[in-house]
Design a protein around this ligand. Structure first.
Ligand code: GLN
Length: 546
């Protein structure tokens, strides 16, 4: 029997609902249960794929090619359960499905309304594509009180009625602020938020209270009393030094125990049967590193680190794998378009150019790649970072002066060009310059064949067939392969049909790898991605040289 846990948020946004959901998922999993995590997003975009990273942060891509909310990245990093297209939906998608049905005549004769048609579509989504998991954790985006969130809250209210309290649990995440002038923690915002939820017909069963310090028993009692929940179900969620401590701290506060007791799955006096070994090990390695490396990340959205969420995490996972602290220096690539700025890279032990879009800052990324290549500093280019490294090599190694990407407009030597045709399984996908923007990139997991004896083959443990997730519209033009190979760039990973360059490397360099895919999406703290493990190892070697 699948049980549904709905997580809502109140008081303010950015309290870490996604992380809390992921951490609870990890705890239930550590107790041997099968979990699935989902997110319902109230905004009107059909998916976050066309949103600016400044608006939305990273777009997380699933194996099955969906562009989703970055919280799905947390879910996957904490539980290892691969997210699917059916794990994230927005108001935009729900409405477009309902309207498409209306046009088809599915509701013929009826007036189409938010209740029941939209709420039915939301409920169908929540209940669809499940594999009899023990728990489905379903996070509702936004904050209680937002107009656009109402249909989702109404849908989960109805689900409680339909499935019963024994199969549904409402957890509400709030903030308990400390007011310095009063010297007190304040419970009123939590009371108001629980009341707001109640107005919609949802009585929270459990409250998770974010706070920067211990919440004393009398404050917990007060929250319990006013919000109509049991004392033991007011769970403090205190600030911690690393996000991977969150599951451990939640467990110490009795979060997962209370969830199981709620469902009648754990008697009052049962022994605690949970294995948090892997989380303790991860936290231990983060807290007691045996060295440190400095990595420069040369990107475009560096003042909003949510835009590079998985990337930052994957780099830290590389540190966990090697027992070192990874200091990240986020650099805006445009600064490298000024000559002297290259000094910013002096003394770093590795340079990473991440995924990106558009011309702004591209020349700066090309300069950073050149610096790494010429100075023998480990270089990791991801997607756009690979494309820019290839353009750099074409210009400065192969002497192709006009080398560029058609992403930036017409170009004499289109080393990187629009991807117009590729195969997905048995299907040929075709694109043209006039296509819609939304959902039309090469998205999701694709296989890649590695060249035996290459650096990447060794990195992946001599496994020659790998699969990684993609999100790009342009590709390195295969017609330039021979010329580039003659000048020291090896194409060491290709699509199985040999048509699409997936990985390039420079063998005559301590560590220079560019990948067309996004390996950061699959890295986990307890299973660091081999490319990040290897890149950080190379940075450690570099740190001994400088
Ligand atoms: N803008 C490039 C493309 O569309 C790279 C995309 C990316 O880095 N994710 O191909």
């Amino acid at each position: 029997m699948t049980r549904f846990i709905f997580i809502t948020g109140g008081v303010v946004s950015s309290l870490g609902k996604g992380l809390s959901s992921a951490a609870l998922g990890a705890l239930l999993q550590a107790r041997g249960y099968e979990v699935r995590l989902r997110k319902l997003d109230p905004y009107l975009n059909v998916d976050p794929g066309t949103m600016s990273p400044y608006q939305h942060g990273e777009v997380y891509v699933t194996d099955d090619g969906a562009e989703t909310d970055l919280d799905l990245g947390h879910y996957e990093r904490y539980t290892g359960v691969p997210a699917r297209r059916s794990d994230n939906v927005t108001t935009g998608r729900i409405y477009s499905n309902v309207i498409a049905k209306e046009r088809r005549g599915d509701y013929l004769g009826g007036t189409v309304q938010v209740i029941p048609h939209v709420t039915d579509a939301i409920k169908d989504f929540v209940l669809s594509d499940l594999d009899n998991e023990d728990f489905v954790l379903c996070e509702i985006g936004g904050t209680v009180g937002d107009i656009e969130g109402l249909p989702f809250l109404e849908a989960i209210r109805q689900l409680r009625n339909e499935l019963g309290a024994e199969r549904t649990l409402f957890i509400h995440l709030t903030l308990v602020p400390y007011i310095p002038s009063a010297g007190e923690l304040k419970t009123k915002p939590t009371q108001h938020s629980a009341k707001e939820l109640l107005n919609i017909g949802i009585q929270a069963d459990m409250l998770l209270c974010r706070c920067d310090r211990e919440i004393p028993p009398d404050a917990r009692k007060k929250i319990a009393l006013f919000c109509n929940v049991r004392d033991s179900r007011v769970i403090p969620a205190l600030d911690v030094d690393t996000i991977y401590q969150v599951p451990i701290s939640y467990h110490e506060q009795g979060f997962d125990t209370e969830v199981l007791r709620y469902f009648g799955m754990m008697e009052e006096d049962t022994e605690d049967d949970i294995d948090l070994g892997r989380w303790n090990e991860v936290v231990h390695r983060i807290r007691a590193p045996e060295g440190e490396v400095n990595i420069a990340v040369v990107g475009k959205y560096t003042n909003l680190l949510d835009a590079y969420k998985s990337l930052g995490e994957a780099l830290h996972h590389g540190g966990i794998a090697n027992n070192v602290r990874v200091n990240l220096n986020w650099l805006e690539s445009e600064i490298f378009e000024r000559e002297d700025a290259i000094n910013y890279l002096e003394g770093c032990h590795g340079i990473l150019v991440p995924g990106g879009f558009g011309h702004r800052g591209a020349e700066g990324k090309i300069k950073a790649a050149r610096f790494a290549r010429e100075r023998q500093v480990p270089y990791f280019g991801i997607c756009f970072g690979m494309q820019m490294a290839v353009i750099e090599a074409a210009r400065n190694l192969a002497g192709i002066e006009g080398a560029g990407s058609t992403e930036f407009g017409p170009c004499d030597e289109p080393i990187v060009g629009l991807l117009t045709e590729w195969t997905r399984g048995n299907v040929v996908e075709r694109r043209s310059a006039n296509d819609d923007f939304g959902g039309t990139m090469r998205l999701g997991a694709y296989p890649c064949s590695l060249t035996p004896g290459s650096r990447v083959a060794a990195i992946y443990g001599d496994k020659l067939d790998i699969g990684e997730r993609h999100r790009h519209r342009y590709e390195v033009n295969i017609n330039f392969k021979d010329r580039l190979e003659q000048h020291g760039v090896r194409f060491s990973g290709m699509s199985p049909d040999g048509e699409l360059p997936e990985i390039v490397e420079i063998p005559d360099h301590p560590w220079f790898v560019g990948v067309q895919f996004h390996p950061e999406l699959k890295s986990k703290p307890f299973e660091p991605h081999p490319l990040f493990r290897s890149f950080i190892k190379a940075a450690m070697e570099q740190s001994r040289l400088v």
